[in-house]
Design a protein around this ligand. Structure first.
Ligand SMILES: Nc1nc2c(c(=O)[nH]1)N[C@H]1C(S)=C(S)[C@@H](COP(=O)(O)O)O[C@H]1N2
Ligand SMILES: [Mo]
Length: 512
C-alpha cells in the first residue's frame, strides 16, 4: 500500500510520455510541421518579448530552442506525475489536467502560420493516448487497493504489482520505439527538405506576372497562386521523401525502346516553362481546389518520342512512388500543349508536398488523370487494359477540365455600400482559353465583365465588373464563354464522375 502513491505518479508519467510519443510519431509520419511540444516551444518564443529573448540567447547561445524544449518536457513530466496522483482520487481530475495540457497544445498549433485540420491530429492522438494508457495502468493499481486478507492478499498484491510493472514497462518500451521510428522518418524528410533548399536549377526562371494577366480589385484571388497557398490533394498519409539522386523514371510498355531517366538527365535538357492552372475534379462550383503557377520542366512529347510510341497506344499509366496511379490520354501528352515532367513550381524546386523531385503537369486535364506527384513509372498502354486509382472508384476515365468561373468579391453574405458595387473573380478553360465573362444581378440580364489577358490559354483569367445594387439583399451569378464560343452551362452537375457544372451564385447585402 505504501508504494501506491508513488506508483500512481509513475503511472501518470508513463502515460504522459506515451501520449507525447504517439503525438510525435503522428506528427513525423504525417510530416506535420511540428509536434505539439515543438509547437508549444514556438508559441513561447513568439510570445516572449524581444528584449527577454535576446537576453536568453545571450546567456544560452543558440541552443535556446533545444533548452526550451527540454524545459517544457521536464515541466510536462512533473505535470504528468501530478495527473497520476490526481487519478488516484478521481479519474476526472487527471482527465481535466490532461485536457488543459491538450488545450495549450491546441492553442499553440492554432497560432501557427496557416494550420490546417490535420495539424491538430497529433494533439488529438496524444490526448486519447493519455486517457487510454492511464486508464489501463490504473486498473492494476485499483485492484491492488482492494482489501483482502491472508494468503489471497499476498498473491493478489504481488500478481498485480507484477502486472503494473509489466504494463508500465511495455508502455514505456512502446513510447521509446515510436519516438525512435518517428525520429528516423522525420530525419528523412528533413534531409530531403535540406537538399531541396540547397538545389540551384539553372534552367529555371523566376516568375514575373505579365501586367495584362491581372486586374486589381481588393479580395480577388491573386492571378499567380503562391506555392504556400496552393491547394494540396494526395491520398498518401506518408508523403514520399525522395532524394533527387535516388529518383528515376522508367518509360516502358508499348514503346520501341525503354527509357530510364534520372533527375540529372532532366536538368541537362532544355526546360520548357509556362503558366498552367491546375484544378481538382472534386472542386465544387465556387470552390478553391484550383491554383495557377509558373511550372518548369521537360516536355513529355519529347521524351515519349524518344521512346517511340506504338500507334495502338492511347494511354499512359503513371505510377507515383507512393503507389498512386492515374491513366493519362496519350493525345494530351504528345500534342502541341506543354505537358511536362515538372521540376519547379513558381521558380523553386517543387515543394515536397507538390511532388518533389518530379511530377507531371498536363494543361487542360484535371489533376486526378494527369498531375502525378512523385512520379516514378510510366507505362505506355491502352485504356482498355488498365484502371487507375480514381477510375477504380467511379470517376471518369478521361478528365478534360470543364469551363468554369467563380466570384471572389463580394464574399457570400458580405455587406457592401449600395450603388455601384465592384465585383470580381476568376474564370478558366485550360488549353482553350476564356473569351468572355458575364455577370447577372438578381436574375436580370447578363452584362459583360472586363477580363484580364494572360499570355497563355492554359491559365485562368481574372474578371471584374460593376453592378448597380439598391439597398437590400441581392444575388449575383457568373458565367464564362470559351474561345470556341462555348458558353458555360447553368445545368447543375455534381463533381462525381467528371467535374461539377453550374453557375456560381452568391448572396450579398447592400446596406440600407
Ligand atoms: N501521387 C499522387 N499524385 C497525385 C494525387 C495523389 O493522390 N497522389 N492527387 C492528384 C489530384 S486528384 C490532384 S487534383 C493533384 C493536386 O496537385 P497538388 O496537390 O499539387 O495541388 O495531384 C494529383 N496527383
Ligand atoms: Mo483532384
Amino acid at each position: 500500500m505504501k508504494t501506491s502513491r508513488g506508483a500512481w505518479a509513475v503511472a501518470g508519467v508513463v502515460a504522459g510520455l506515451t501520449g507525447l510519443a504517439t503525438s510525435y510519431f503522428v506528427a513525423m509520419v504525417m510530416t506535420i510541421r511540428s509536434s505539439p511540444v515543438v509547437a508549444i516551444a514556438e508559441l513561447v518564443i513568439r510570445m516572449t518579448p524581444g528584449r527577454w529573448a535576446e537576453k536568453a540567447i545571450s546567456i544560452v547561445g543558440h541552443k535556446d530552442k533545444p533548452i526550451l524544449v527540454g524545459v517544457i518536457l521536464v515541466a510536462s513530466v512533473l505535470l504528468f506525475a501530478v495527473a497520476g496522483r490526481l487519478a488516484a482520487s478521481a479519474w476526472w481530475k487527471s482527465t481535466l489536467l490532461f485536457a488543459a495540457l491538450a488545450g495549450v497544445a491546441t492553442w499553440a498549433v492554432a497560432s501557427e502560420h496557416n494550420p490546417s485540420g490535420v495539424d491538430f491530429l497529433p494533439v488529438v492522438v496524444g490526448f486519447v493516448t493519455w486517457l487510454v494508457s492511464l486508464a489501463l495502468l490504473s486498473q492494476s493499481l485499483v485492484r491492488r487497493q482492494v482489501p483482502v486478507t491472508g494468503e489471497a492478499r499476498e498473491a493478489l498484491t504481488s500478481g498485480s504489482r507484477r502486472g503494473f510493472l509489466i504494463g508500465a514497462g511495455a508502455m514505456a518500451a512502446l513510447a521509446i520505439a515510436l519516438s525512435g521510428v518517428g525520429r528516423v522518418v522525420g530525419a528523412g524528410r528533413r534531409h530531403v527538405e535540406q537538399t531541396r533548399r540547397l538545389l540551384r536549377l539553372s534552367g529555371v526562371s523566376q516568375p514575373t506576372v505579365p501586367a495584362a494577366a491581372r486586374l486589381d480589385l481588393p479580395g480577388l484571388h491573386p492571378w499567380m497562386t503562391p506555392s504556400d497557398d496552393f491547394y494540396k490533394i494526395h491520398t498518401a498519409i506518408v508523403v514520399p521523401a525522395i532524394e533527387p539522386v535516388d529518383w528515376k523514371l522508367r518509360i516502358h510498355g508499348l514503346v520501341d525502346r525503354e527509357v530510364e531517366i534520372t533527375y540529372q538527365d532532366l536538368l541537362d535538357r532544355r526546360l520548357t516553362e509556362g503558366w498552367i492552372t491546375l484544378n481538382c475534379v472534386s472542386n465544387p462550383v465556387g470552390g478553391d481546389l484550383i491554383g495557377n503557377a509558373w511550372w518548369s520542366g521537360v516536355r513529355l512529347a519529347e521524351l515519349l518520342a524518344e521512346a517511340g510510341l506504338h500507334p495502338d497506344a492511347d494511354a499512359v499509366l503513371q505510377t507515383s512512388d507512393d503507389g498512386w496511379t492515374c491513366g493519362t490520354p496519350v493525345s494530351a501528352l504528345t500534342d502541341d500543349r506543354n505537358a511536362m515532367l515538372a521540376v519547379a513550381m513558381n521558380g523553386k524546386p517543387l515543394p515536397i508536398d507538390h511532388g518533389f523531385p518530379v511530377r507531371t503537369i498536363v494543361p487542360g486535364l484535371y489533376g486526378y488523370v494527369s498531375a502525378c506527384k512523385w512520379v516514378v513509372d510510366m507505362e505506355v498502354t491502352r485504356f482498355s487494359e488498365i484502371s487507375a486509382y480514381w477510375t477504380q472508384r467511379g470517376w471518369g476515365e478521361q478528365g478534360p477540365v470543364k469551363i468554369s468561373s467563380r466570384i471572389d468579391v463580394p464574399r457570400f453574405g458580405d455587406k457592401v455600400d449600395p450603388g455601384d458595387v465592384r465585383v470580381g473573380g476568376v474564370a478558366w478553360s485550360q488549353h482553350t482559353g476564356i473569351s468572355a465573362v458575364e455577370v447577372a444581378l438578381d436574375g436580370g440580364d447578363w452584362q459583360p465583365a472586363e477580363i484580364s489577358h494572360p499570355p497563355t490559354d492554359d491559365a485562368w483569367v481574372q474578371w471584374v465588373a460593376t453592378v448597380s445594387a439598391d439597398p437590400g439583399d441581392h444575388t449575383l451569378k457568373v458565367r464564362a464563354t470559351d474561345k470556341n464560343g462555348l458558353v458555360q452551362t447553368g445545368a447543375v452537375a455534381d463533381v462525381l464522375p467528371d467535374g461539377a457544372t453550374g453557375w456560381h451564385t452568391i448572396g450579398f447585402t447592400a446596406k440600407g
